[in-house]
Ligand binder design. Structure first.
Ligand code: NDP
Length: 599
């Protein structure tokens, strides 16, 4: 069917190997294996990037819109609302500045994994072109600040401010927002853009509280201890034995820097990442100068269609994300693709995936000198079972004499002691233990946001969404008038997450504009329209959960139980972003605001 794919492998044997590797990682405690960062562990959440002692007077004012979260989602909502002429917009964030995930994640080597020309939002609006194809964290953070300046979002912002309660007041048809700073402000609309990966998590390894050395989570990097910056120079580690637990996308980026500077580095691995070629390059100024108006949207759409398996005449981004699909498409061509059944396409994609992962595994052998270490670093699962990683420095780090991979054969670390980490009965003493163990996914929405939302008739979001998220189009929920959600609340999953955030921001802006045009004081989805969307979401999921159930555990598949609870995929419209954006756009173009009530 596809002559361009190298069939020099046994798919049956590979399927079997993948299954074995998955099975040995399946655990009965799923998400419960993790330790919440609270109580004795709450210091892991402290903000290392602000000076202590910030104070301000409590606020009692009234806004048009309050946006919770100053990351890409909040900034996009603010920008789109500002473009639509909304005057009083307040972004609230517990961080000391805008940036969201890029505020917190400043670890050495932090860099975007999706091409910066499509990942950084509002490039044309701000007149900015990133310096590199995959730009680095400081430039992304600076761009977040630039969006804040450009759209005048600092004017009313409340930073270092944590929400304690959000309550609907029926009498005034406003939201009352309370914070830990004594604020008691009001807003006509609230937008929740709290982020899907906002709460660091720790592994529930026995003895974790006993460790007496220095310790932190990668999303709160302690440069006071390590020295240096996101660009490297971690001179404080020159005489330190460092351990890092976790080998996901974050670890892949920071381990080369730890390896370069630590006296000794132990990398504790449960599951290896798939690490493909990074191939970063500087932006060509001639290319940048030649970009026509509307280029960013076109490039985003092109990528979005390709990574979902759709056909495009050209692959504008042409990187590791589009590689598999591009290989399949090149073999099939547009006409063949149009006539190909779903089953044939799925089979072609699986074969391309095997070939791709063989290439990724062969790359390990070609770079890592020690055969046992190389073997342990090979990923045995389909490429999109876990977040694919791209680095040209990670694998060579394991050739350094001061770096040792401690592979746990899928089990995870056995125990943590006062002095270090135990694996297979051997204790590895360390001065510093870094947790690259990711973020809470799969726990309840209000647990992750850190506050409850109380809507009409005292309806609590924590109660309403206890089992399932329930919305219309992922952006509004019955009994929560004038309240909008962004992110992964019955929207869809996209490789380029800011693309979806922008679609949501534009959708929300459209609804707010309609409410204002009608001089409505409140807008809310009907129970029936919400129920219909929940059914659409549920019906869309059958194919996705089969793929995920075959995957090795991780947050993508809710630690092995994709169909249960609040896992990443459980509450998403699984027909994909192309279909989802189409749903939103055609709903808007019909102009009837079907399923909404304006009061
Ligand atoms: P992940 O959740 O992806 O990785 C956590 C790591 O900790 C995994 O390797 C996991 O192993 C390991 N782990 C958990 N428990 C144990 C244990 N008991 N013993 C040993 N190891 C353990 O977190 P990350 O911070 O790496 O990445 C989170 C997400 O953030 C990414 O998936 C991506 O979406 C985003 N990201 C994006 C980047 C970008 O765009 N540039 C860069 C970095 C992150 P196991 O796999 O076995 O569960």
């Amino acid at each position: 069917m596809n002559a361009s794919i190298d069939h020099n492998f046994d798919p049956v044997a590979l399927r079997q190997k993948y299954r074995l590797e998955r099975d040995k990682r399946l655990r009965a405690d799923h998400n419960e294996q993790y330790q919440e960062a609270k109580g004795d562990f709450s210091h892991y959440l402290d903000d290392p990037y602000v000076a202590p002692g910030f104070e301000r007077e409590p606020l009692r004012d009234v806004m048009d819109v309050v946006i919770i979260g100053g990351g890409f989602g909040g900034l996009l909502a603010g920008a789109r609302l500002r473009q639509a002429g909304v005057e009083r917009i307040r972004i609230i964030d517990k961080a000391g500045d805008f940036g969201g995930t890029w505020y917190w994640n400043r670890y050495p080597g932090a860099q975007c994994d999706v091409e910066s020309y499509i990942y950084l939002p509002l490039l044309e609006e701000t007149g900015f072109i990133p310096r590199e194809k995959y730009t680095r964290a400081p430039e992304i953070l600076a761009h977040c600040r630039a969006i804040g300046e450009k759209f005048d979002l600092y004017r009313d912002a409340c930073l270092q401010t944590e929400i304690t309660a959000i309550t609907w007041d029926d009498a005034s048809q406003q939201w009352v927002i309370e914070t830990q700073r004594g604020d008691h402000m009001r807003a006509r609309y609230v937008i929740m853009s709290n982020g899907p990966l906002n709460r660091p998590k720790l592994p529930g390894i026995p003895g974790i509280a006993r460790f007496r050395g220095h310790t932190f989570h990668t999303s709160r990097w302690d440069y006071g201890y390590t020295g240096g910056s996101s660009a490297g120079g971690l001179t404080g580690l020159a005489d330190k034995r460092v351990g890092i637990i976790g080998t996901g996308a974050t670890a892949v980026q920071c381990i080369p820097y730890l390896g370069q500077h630590a006296q000794q580095l132990y990398v504790f691995q449960r599951t290896p990442s798939s690490v493909d070629v990074r191939n970063n390059r500087d932006t060509d100024p001639v290319w940048a100068g030649s970009l026509p108006t509307g280029w960013q949207k076109r490039r985003m759409e092109n990528f979005n269609v390709l990574v979902e398996g759709g056909y495009q005449e050209e692959d504008l981004v042409a990187d590791g994300w589009t590689d598999i699909i591009r290989n399949v498409m090149l073999g099939l061509g547009e006409d063949a693709f149009a006539g190909t059944s779903q089953a044939e396409l799925a089979s072609a994609i699986e074969l391309a995936d095997f070939a791709k992962m063989n290439q990724v595994r062969a790359r390990v052998d070609s770079i890592v000198a020690d055969p046992a270490t190389a073997q342990a670093l090979k990923p045995w699962y389909r490429q999109f079972c876990k977040r694919p990683c791209f680095s040209d420095e990670y694998l060579p780090t394991f050739n350094r004499p001061n770096v040792r991979l401690v592979d746990t054969n899928g089990r995870g670390v056995d125990e943590i002691t006062e002095r270090g980490v135990i694996v297979d009965g051997e204790e590895y003493e360390v001065d510093c233990l870094i947790f690259a163990t990711g973020f809470e996914v799969g726990t309840g929405y209000t647990r992750r946001s850190g506050f409850d939302v109380v809507g009409r008739r005292g309806t609590r979001l924590s109660g309403k969404w206890a089992e399932d998220v329930r919305t219309l189009h992922g952006v509004m929920s019955h009994d929560f008038p004038n309240c909008f959600f962004m992110g992964l609340t019955q929207g869809t999953l996209t490789v380029n997450f800011p693309h979806m955030l922008d679609e949501q921001a534009q959708h929300i802006t459209h609804i707010v504009g309609a409410a204002q045009a009608r001089q409505a004081r409140a807008v809310e989805p009907t129970a029936a329209s919400e129920a219909a969307w929940c059914e659409t979401v549920r019906a869309s999921q059958s194919g996705a959960s089969k793929f995920l159930a075959d995957c090795t555990p991780g947050y993508y598949n809710n630690e092995g139980v994709p169909e249960k609870g609040h896992g990443l995929y459980a509450n998403q419209y699984a027909a994909g972003p192309v279909a989802f954006f189409d749903v939103l756009r055609s709903w808007r173009s019909q102009g009837e605001f079907a399923g909404l009530t304006f009061l």
